[in-house]
Design a protein around this ligand. Structure first.
Ligand code: FES
Length: 254
C-alpha cells in the first residue's frame, strides 16, 4: 500500500491478506514501519481491528500490547517504507531468495515530484499482470481511447549473451479530442512481480510508473486474486507543475 496510508501518529493499523497470509502493519512511536502476523498470538483476534496507542498496537480483545518487538509468540516480518510504498517481506511466499531490502526503482526527486498510489484487484495471477504490462501492444489494442501511434524502438535480444532487461517504446497518450502527448518510455522488470515504466523523452521526462503485482487470497470459488498496485511519481519542468504539486492532495485517489 501507499506510505501515506499509515500516517505517523495514526491510531488505526493497516490489515492485508497477502498470498493467503494475514498481515497487520502500523507505525512505531518513532514512525518506523512495523508489520507482522495479523492474528493475535493469545486467542487469534484480528489485529487489524485493534487501536494503536503511542506506537503500540493494543489487541482489542484482552489488551495484549505489541510494540513491534517479538512478544508472546508474535514475531515481526521484515518491513520497509520507501517513502511512496510500504513493503512487507513474506519469506514463505514467492519462492525467491529474500533480499535485505526491496528493489526500489530510480524515481524523481520527491521534493519536486508528485506521487500517487492506486490499487485495483484482478481475478488473475501476478504473472498475468506482469505479462500484460510487458506487452507493449496491450495498451494500443485494448485501450485505444488512451494510446495511439505506438512504436517499439528496441527490445531485448534473447540470443544475446547478456540481453538488456528492458524495451523502449514511443507512444502518444490521448488527452482530449485529437490532442495527444507523445512520450518515449523504457519498460523494465527489476523484480519478478514489478514492472517499471520510466518516461525518458517528451512530456514528463523523468516520471516513473511502477506496477507491483501482489498475490492475495483466492476468491470464494478458489480463483486467484492479485492486487495491482500502481505508483506514479511524476515530474515535469513546466512552470505550472510547481503549482500543480500544491494541489496534488486534491487529485490523489481516495
Ligand atoms: S486475543 Fe488478543 S489479547 Fe486475547
Amino acid at each position: 500500500g501507499a506510505s501515506r496510508a499509515l500516517p505517523e501518529g495514526g491510531e488505526r493499523p493497516l490489515g492485508r491478506t497477502v498470498a493467503g497470509t494475514e498481515v497487520v502493519a502500523w507505525r512505531a512511536a518513532d514512525g518506523t514501519l512495523v508489520a507482522g502476523p495479523g492474528a493475535c498470538p493469545h486467542l487469534g483476534a484480528p489485529l487489524r481491528e485493534s487501536p494503536v496507542r503511542c506506537g503500540t498496537l493494543i489487541c482489542r480483545w484482552h489488551g495484549l500490547p505489541l510494540d513491534g518487538a517479538p512478544s508472546a509468540g508474535w514475531r515481526p516480518y521484515p518491513a520497509y517504507d520507501d517513502g511512496v510504498l510500504l513493503w512487507v517481506r513474506l519469506d514463505e511466499a514467492g519462492g525467491e531468495t529474500p533480499l535485505e531490502r526491496p528493489v526500489v526503482p530510480a524515481r524523481p526527486d520527491p521534493r519536486t515530484a508528485v506521487d500517487a498510489v492506486y490499487t485495483a484487484v484482478g481475478r488473475c495471477e501476478p504473472e498475468d499482470v506482469v505479462a500484460n504490462r510487458l506487452d507493449p501492444w496491450h495498451g494500443a489494442w485494448l485501450h485505444p481511447y488512451s494510446f495511439v501511434d505506438l512504436r517499439v524502438l528496441d527490445a531485448p535480444d534473447p540470443s544475446a549473451e547478456a540481453p538488456e532487461d528492458g524495451f523502449t517504446v514511443e507512444v502518444s497518450f490521448k488527452v482530449a479530442g485529437r490532442a495527444v502527448v507523445p512520450v518515449q518510455a523504457v519498460f523494465t522488470a527489476p523484480e519478478p512481480r514489478t514492472v517499471v515504466m520510466h518516461i525518458t523523452g517528451g512530456e514528463g521526462t523523468g516520471s516513473v510508473v511502477e506496477t507491483h503485482a501482489t498475490p492475495l487470497s483466492p476468491d470464494p470459488a478458489g480463483r486467484p486474486r492479485t492486487a495491482v498496485v500502481e505508483a506514479v511519481v511524476a515530474a515535469s519542468d513546466r512552470p505550472g507543475f510547481a503549482a500543480a504539486r500544491l494541489a496534488a492532495p486534491l487529485l490523489r485517489p481516495l
